[in-house]
Write a protein that binds this ligand. Structure first.
Ligand code: BGC
Length: 743
């Protein structure tokens, strides 16, 4: 006779929820009894089934499932699916698991909900430029609400990989180059997805990825080897993973790369020592797509079976799409190469999360067709997407105050992205529909009808290729205009997974088109839409204005128009350095001084022969339609003990004629350390809003913890000595005061 678990669970849940205790990590432990009671009923095949995650597919006709997978669900040998979404489809699959499998354990449904489910927000790199943690959390929270309403339980996000590599296509998914800001954003995103208790029907499980160091592939090529010191790993790359775990992320994904010679998916040090022991992670670890199998290509495992053993013994709980556990784990256990205890641990972690989600109580709790209809693409979500997109747009240049566009100007809209809708939503678009987004042309047409102005538009050229036949029409329009808005960039799928570029300039004939537009002598505003920092030295010098709009999402066109016409005063600042030339990469603000820092009067110092060391635009940089002045910064005093709070203050005034927001940044430098230290490290920021003429005092409070790092003996602590505390509008224009930390 089959024993189906979930109908029995209501009684069990009631019995054990009465004695909710605290576990060692502070999370309620009542689930352990429930988990153990299910585990006791399971065969080894069913246990391995819980460790097996398969994809479903999406054809033009709708969702499909591969041969054999339904049978696996029915037999209880597949416990989780990804890429299955919509209420109708997930309900159909859940029915098989719950009603037809021996134990009726519910399936877990995952999906890459990276920057929205249907309502698509700007790509995460763009969003990070808002430095607006509440807005970022809201974006994740809306994504969760839409995804949950479409039957999903779990997102493979946030991607928290720090990256100093604009060639790497996946920088679009992250929060840029800085560990401090990256950690705050990781926390905001995890909290947005999961909330305080993710067992509500508008929250989903988060998955911090890709653990670890995936953002530092050699030469920027996706999947490539990562090799860095443990100190750099811990100081720079690890903090956002840690922040995500501390924010309560219940799952973590291993990365494709090897780190110091060991593929992450077989890296016991990473998974057991760093993640579980040092950081008390109690959730489950899922691999990336077939990353167990790929350990054979890495040359770390002899064959798939061996790879499975390495992964299981390293602490992997769930195999994404590789089917390695399903095919070989039983055999490996029989041979004593993996212990059943290890498998039980993995299954416990997975089942526990199914309990935490409430799936044993109601396996269909996320399957509500009415809610799906009401929540997906809700007007409030679209409004939020427009607001966040505006906050993500960085004004890089604005000569002669050409922006905002003054009333009555004759406008020529030019460029391959003027009328494009599909491109706006970028890569990792989940269930997003490009054709439903608002293009720049749509937004201009709406405004023109409302405000009674006219404009021309022409494509000029494609995003790629070498055809210039469209130049003529574009230039003709430009000749009769007062201002030219050129909307150019990268194709939506030129960033994202496996989308590395060796040349990160504007593709195709776009730069040539801009050169010819500039040659008309008219002011040219370049609006960039792209998923990574680009090299644009000619444009930076010759265009009148440059606006970085990123791939701004479903409401992107409206957001860009809001900025161009001054309905929104731009406030975003870059979270990744823009190089002048790809040869400078990796380039990042928190570099070290070297023994021979650049000296213009000495050739034997750290320099290039053919260009400056400095970037085109530094980390933290972005302009506004107003101007801010910074008074002299003050520190309360010079000497501080380890338990003191270091207080730095600065007065900022809006000296322009419109209200604006400024992101005031605070950096530190440790002047002498037991190991060399960066020239500056971000340690605080505040986004303030000032009316014209208004001033505000901003106070930064630092403790010795903010000055800590992995010292020569690899302990995390601050060392006594002299520090600079620096404050300013970006990572280059900084005032400093010296302080001392004394024992
Ligand atoms: C990516 C992951 C993603 C997974 C599932 C992989 O190729 O690296 O980030 O979550 O696919 O779609």
């Amino acid at each position: 006779m089959m024993i189906r678990i979930w109908p029995l669970m209501a009684c069990l849940l009631f019995a054990v929820s009465c004695k909710s205790q605290k576990g060692t990590t502070g999370t309620p432990d009542r689930y352990n009894t429930q988990v153990d009671s299910v585990l006791a009923l399971m065969t080894l095949e069913e246990k391995i089934g819980q460790m097996t995650l398969y994809t479903t597919d999406w054809e033009s006709t709708g969702p499909t499932i591969r041969k054999g997978y339904q049978e696996d669900i029915r037999k209880g040998t597949c416990g989780a699916l990804f890429n299955s979404h919509t209420v109708a489809f997930t309900r159909q699959l859940q029915d098989i698991a719950v009603k037809e499998s021996p134990l009726g354990i519910p399936l877990l449904f995952g999906y890459d909900v990276i920057h929205g489910y249907k309502t698509i927000f700007p790509v995460p790199l763009g969003e990070s430029c808002s430095w607006d943690l509440a807005a970022i959390e809201q974006s994740a929270s809306i994504a969760a609400a839409e995804a949950a309403a479409a039957g999903l339980h779990w997102t493979f996000a946030p991607m928290v990989d720090i990256s100093r590599e604009p060639r790497w296509g996946r920088v679009m998914e992250g929060a840029g180059e800085d560990p401090f800001l990256g950690s705050l954003i990781a926390r905001a995103r995890v909290h947005g997805f999961q909330g305080d208790h993710f067992n509500g029907t508008d929250k989903i499980l988060a998955c911090v990825k890709h653990f670890a160091g995936y953002g530092a592939p050699i030469a920027g090529r996706d999947y490539n080897t990562v090799d860095m010191s443990e100190r750099t790993f811990r100081d720079i790359y690890f903090p956002p993973y840690k922040a995500g775990i501390e924010a309560g992320a219940r799952t973590i994904m291993t990365s494709f790369n090897d780190l110091d010679g060991i593929p992450s998916t077989g890296n016991k040090w990473l998974l057991e020592e760093v993640l579980r022991k040092e950081n008390n992670f109690t959730g489950f670890v899922v691999t990336d797509y077939t990353s167990i199998n790929e350990m054979v290509n890495h040359g770390y495992a002899a064959d798939d079976k061996h790879a499975g053993e390495l992964a299981a013994n390293a602490g992997v709980d769930m195999d994404m799409q590789g089917a390695v556990f399903q095919r070989y784990l039983k055999e490996s256990i029989a041979a004593g190469l993996v212990s059943e205890k290890q498998v039980d641990e993995a299954v416990r972690r997975i089942l526990r999360i199914k309990f935490e989600l409430g799936l044993f109580k109601d396996p269909y709790k996320f399957s509500d067709a009415q809610r799906e209809k009401a929540v997906v693409f809700a007007p409030a979500h679209l409004q939020a997407a427009r607001e966040i997109a505006r906050k993500s747009i960085v004004l890089l240049k604005n000569e002669d105050k050409v922006l905002p566009i003054a009333n009555g100007k004759k406008i020529a809209l030019v460029g391959p992205l003027v009328a494009d809708r599909n491109n706006l939503i970028g890569e990792w678009r989940a269930s997003g529909e490009g054709e439903k987004s608002v293009s720049i042309l749509d937004a201009f047409q709406e405004r023109a009808a409302r405000d009674g102005f006219t404009f021309t538009h022409a494509k000029g050229c494609e995003l790629t290729g070498d055809v210039t036949t469209g130049f003529e029409e574009a230039l003709r329009n430009a000749q009769t205009a007062d201002i030219i808005i050129a909307v150019v960039g990268e194709k939506w799928n030129m960033s994202g997974e496996a989308k590395a570029r060796a040349d990160i300039s504007l593709p195709g004939m776009q730069e040539q088109l801009i050169k010819e537009l500039v040659a008309t002598g008219k002011p040219v505003v370049v609006v960039l839409m792209n998923g990574r920092p680009l090299t644009i030295p000619w444009i930076a010098e010759h265009a009148t204005a440059v606006v970085e709009a990123w791939l701004p999402g479903t409401m992107g066109g409206l957001a860009v128009a809001d900025v161009l016409f001054g309905d929104y005063n731009p406030s975003a600042k870059l979270t990744m350095t823009f190089p002048r030339h790809v040869g400078q990469v990796p380039i990042f603000y928190n570099e070290k001084n070297t023994g021979r820092p650049f000296d213009p009067n000495n050739g034997y110092t750290s320099r290039y022969l053919d260009m400056p060391n400095t970037p085109q635009y530094p980390f933290g940089y972005g302009l506004s339609y107003t101007t801010f002045t910074y008074d002299s910064m003050m520190v309360a005093r010079k000497d501080y003990s380890f338990s003191d709070t270091i207080i730095a203050t600065v007065n900022i005034k809006n000296t322009g004629s419109v209200a604006g927001e400024e992101i005031v940044q605070c950096y530190v430098r440790d002047l002498v350390g037991s190991v060399t230290r960066p020239l500056k490290e971000l340690k605080g920021f505040e986004k303030i809003k000032l009316a014209p003429g208004e001033s505000k005092k901003v106070t930064f409070k630092l403790t010795s913890k903010d000055l800590a790092f992995y010292t020569a003996d690899m302990t995390f602590k601050a060392e006594p000595g002299a520090f600079w505390v620096m404050v300013g509008p970006d990572s280059e224009r900084l005032q400093k005061k010296e302080i001392r930390l004394v024992q």
